[in-house]
Design a protein around this ligand. Structure first.
Ligand code: FAD
Length: 662
């Protein structure tokens, strides 16, 4: 990470200096820019991102009395880990969590149907599809990491616990704060908050006005209800018993993710948990009919334990401690849109919903928490771009346009996967292949469960595939598939994807042609010249006077040569920009292929070695475009469709942007 750019600061570099007026007062203000409702994975992803922008006033309200402590989801896909890396806590999750390496399949033994046999063992994640592993860690720990990001940010953002949204309305005539939110004190109150004054205040409602309201308030979302939207889909809920236990067993695959298709139904999923001992069991309890309510008294933890003992035969299973258990009723459902715009109006959205508020999944594919965080990651940079004046409000419409389709595709997958996994062990037609269907389907859809199947269609944010062949491995619309590189200035081996943070900036990676050795007439030299000096350059057009050169679009160059064959001193000054109030040189813009490891990014991602290319990456890590190095007009036009001009006089240089290195 880079720091000291504003002068030397002792202490923890991850603790930002508080912005003026922070931490904010305990009382809610009358107006805020963004009100986030709900401290689940979606709400916390959004709030943690917004916390990095203290110029945006954000509050997050939660009806619970305090942070979550246990339970709920635990699967963290490779894609979510890539996102956590941008937030800076992927390493902590790796250290604390359980890494899923193999998935094992068992089913009822055809010869002895009350016993189970192993039918296969596969890599959980296909080799090379992500630099990040599939992890298991309690949702509560993930929440804690987001809360730490918020606490350490310049905003010093903290949730307002014990507050419940009752209603939200929009007055579109109000240009400043069109959304009015009504809150009440929830039944549960934060520790220490119970006093006489609060007791009377609990009868009162609180009103707060906001520019934007984001309902991350879960499957029973009140925000969704206020928008007049409904979750559509399954009329019936599937019912799963879930338990986190410490147990002793002779089942040989107990420390691997295991799917068991028992005879007569009653499937079981085993998820080994963090810490080396804890285990999660999902026990399928069947489906409810439409409108039917679960008789919760009938489901006990003993019933779940008995179901595991029955299914585990011939193996033993003895529970020593139950850490948490629950009955989880869920159907695959989705709303038609994720914002409050009306197709017939040209108005901008004011209210959004994200996560379980707009789509619900079965726990079988482990999508719920991951897709919810993905929604918020898509929305966060757009809200920041609009509220910081970089983009106009129409950008916000792309959130629902992009994410509703993603959720639909995942629900279709989840539905099919649920159907296959719930088949009776003896349900496959005679003569079927030896590998059971649930095992085949799991292997075929590995990219989906890893969270890597999301593709944004061509739009103003995602280019067409005209020049895709210049870098076939950076597929337009998909998330940027990182690869190893070595930083030129200090020969540090690293992942190129590590350069993307949670700062709402665009990345422009310039891959140099083979012959390029940085002479002034080289393709990279000419590109740098254009980006730094031409009035049509997107950097000149969209960077404000006085801002650092990379404040909006961060350009990084990747060369084919090894570090020792390149001369940092000969590199274009544009790639060694002077930044910050002290005009310090940023040495982290230039990378080389990693020739020591043999994992050359040009080979791994099929980058055209003769021509090189530009790979443009959105702030949410998705590839926006692939262009030839000299596609000046296309590059400029692409950004003009998203970013506003930074100043009236297009010829005015972005002051610090032009300052050069030694
Ligand atoms: C009881 C339960 C058990 C689950 N078990 C599993 C599991 O075993 N495996 C799995 O994969 N997934 C499980 N899930 C689903 C998974 O946790 C969700 O998919 C994921 O948490 C979705 O994140 P979210 O942020 O959209 O919503 P949530 O995590 O549901 O967060 C919503 C938050 O909003 C708050 N809230 C709700 N209404 C209001 C209001 N009016 N005002 C203020 N705050 C409000 C809630 O208290 C909550 O903190 C479970 C969910 C629940 C609720």
């Amino acid at each position: 990470m880079q720091y000291h750019d504003h002068g030397f600061r002792p202490g923890d570099p991850e603790l930002s200096a508080p912005a003026p007026g922070r931490p904010h007062p305990a009382e809610l203000p009358e107006c805020v820019d963004v009100l986030v409702v709900g401290c689940g994975p979606a709400g916390l992803t959004l709030a943690a991102y917004l916390a990095g922008f203290p110029e945006i006033s954000t509050r997050i309200v939660e009806r619970r009395a305090g942070p979550m402590e246990k339970g709920q989801a635990d699967g963290i896909s490779c894609r979510s880990m890539e996102m956590f890396n941008a937030f800076g806590f992927a390493d902590t999750v790796k250290r604390q969590g359980y890494q899923v390496n193999e998935t094992v399949f068992w089913k009822a033994d055809a010869e002895k149907p009350d016993h189970i046999v192993r039918t296969g063992r596969v890599d959980d994640v296909e080799e090379g599809i992500s630099e990040m592993p599939h992890m298991i860690l309690n949702q509560a720990r993930v929440h804690d990491m987001y809360l730490t990001v918020m606490e350490k940010s310049a905003s010093r953002l903290m949730p307002d616990y014990g507050l419940e949204l009752v209603d939200v309305t929009v007055d579109s005539a109000d240009q400043d704060y069109p959304a009015t939110v009504t809150l009440k004190h929830a039944d549960e109150q934060p520790v220490g908050a119970k006093n006489d004054a609060l007791a009377s205040a609990r009868e009162e409602t609180i009103t707060i006005r906001a520019k934007y309201v984001v309902g991350c308030d879960g499957a029973r979302s009140q925000v969704r209800h206020a928008m007049g939207l409904e979750l559509k889909g399954d009329s019936a809920n599937q019912v799963w018993g879930v338990m986190d236990v410490l147990a002793v067993t002779d089942f040989p695959d107990i420390r691997c993710k295991t799917l068991i298709q028992a005879s007569g139904g009653g499937n079981i999923i085993i998820i080994p948990r963090e810490g080396g001992y804890l285990l999660r069991f999902y026990v399928e309890l069947g489906s409810l009919k439409a409108g039917e309510r679960l008789a919760r008294d009938e489901v006990t933890v003993d019933r779940l334990i008995n179901a595991v003992q029955r299914t585990f035969r011939p193996y033993n299973f003895s529970v020593k401690e139950v850490a948490w258990w629950s009955v989880y009723e869920i159907g695959q459902r989705l709303t038609d849109k994720f914002d409050d715009t009306d197709d017939s109006s040209s108005g901008s959205p004011r209210i959004f919903i994200a996560g379980d508020a707009c789509h619900t999944h079965s726990p079988k594919a482990g999508q719920g928490m991951n897709v919810s965080m993905g929604d918020a990651f898509n929305l966060a940079w757009k809200v920041v771009s609009v509220l910081t004046g970089r983009s106009d409000e129409s950008l916000l419409k792309t959130y629902s346009e992009e994410r509703q389709g993603v959720a639909q595709a995942l629900i279709d997958f989840d539905r099919e996967w649920s159907r296959i996994i719930s088949e009776r062990a003896d349900a496959e037609p005679a003569g079927a292949q030896e590998t059971p269907r649930f095992q085949r389907y799991f292997i075929e859809h590995g990219r989906t469960t890893a969270g890597l199947s999301v593709i944004y269609e061509p739009s103003r944010l995602t280019g067409k595939k005209t020049w895709q062949s210049l870098a076939a491995g950076f597929s337009i619309g998909e998330r940027f598939h990182s690869a190893p590189v070595v930083r030129l200035a200090d020969a540090k081996p690293m992942q190129l994807g590590e350069t993307v943070g949670t700062d709402a900036r665009w990345k422009l990676y310039a891959f140099a042609p083979a012959a390029d050795l940085t002479s002034e007439a080289s393709a990279i030299g000419e590109l740098c010249d254009y980006l730094g000096s031409d009035p049509q350059s997107p950097i000149r057009r969209h960077t404000r006077p006085g801002e650092d050169i990379d404040a909006v679009i961060d350009v990084r160059a990747v060369f084919q040569q090894a570090t020792r064959n390149l001369d940092l001193a000969a590199m274009p000054l544009f790639l060694k920009p002077k930044k910050g109030p002290l005009g310090l040189i940023d040495y982290e813009k230039i990378f080389c292929s990693d020739q020591r490891s043999g994992k050359d990014i040009f080979d791994l991602r099929n980058v055209d070695r003769q021509q090189g290319c530009l790979v443009l990456v959105r702030p949410d890590q998705h590839v926006a475009h692939v262009l030839p190095l000299d596609a000046r007009d296309e590059l400029s036009a692409f950004f003009a469709g998203i970013l506003l001009p930074a100043h009236g006089d297009e010829g005015e240089p972005a002051v610090r942007a032009m300052a050069t290195g030694t």
